[in-house]
Design a protein around this ligand. Sequence first.
Ligand SMILES: [Zn+2]
Length: 188
Amino acid sequence: MASHFFFLCTLLTFSLYFHGISGAIPKYVVINEVPTHGGGIKFDKVIGGIPYTKKKMRHINKYIWYKVFKQNTPADQKPLDNVTVFIKDFVGVEAVTWGSDKINVSAVFLRDYPGPMDLKWEFTSLMHHEMTHVFQWNGEGKTPAPLVEGIADYTVLKANYFPPGFTKPGSGDRWDEGYVHTPFSPVL
Ligand SMILES: [Zn+2]
């Protein structure tokens, strides 16, 4: 009985220690729903598929918490059990974050991406943007959408994953204009 109790305490202490130090790191789930689609094939063969994506999600998650948002304690960090990436067949946008912890990436975009960067680089850039949406607070929906997009692109810029020559500092008109104009505005 005593040893049982000791074991349980050790387990609890370890669990508290682990979560206290690193926060509650979510589980990363990646589902390629279209493995025979041109984009699904490129996801597996060119980008590195599920193993590469999971590894990058963990890396980007920590980058966003500690380097971009400076959220060093679990109390500041958005608590999520899972973050899920789906490779799906849809058109219209490259990727979209929904339901606060899910990201859809367009297989059509992956299949047809023309460059100038290589596809793995572009996918990683996209993941920086969408993962920021997963972890950013949005003032319970009251934050202006362009600002939300601007913060997401700030992560991309800071991580040096913005296509070179796309735009330059000072190119925006307003600090809340969104996308890359927000991080490049003199205010932020
Ligand atoms: Zn966005």
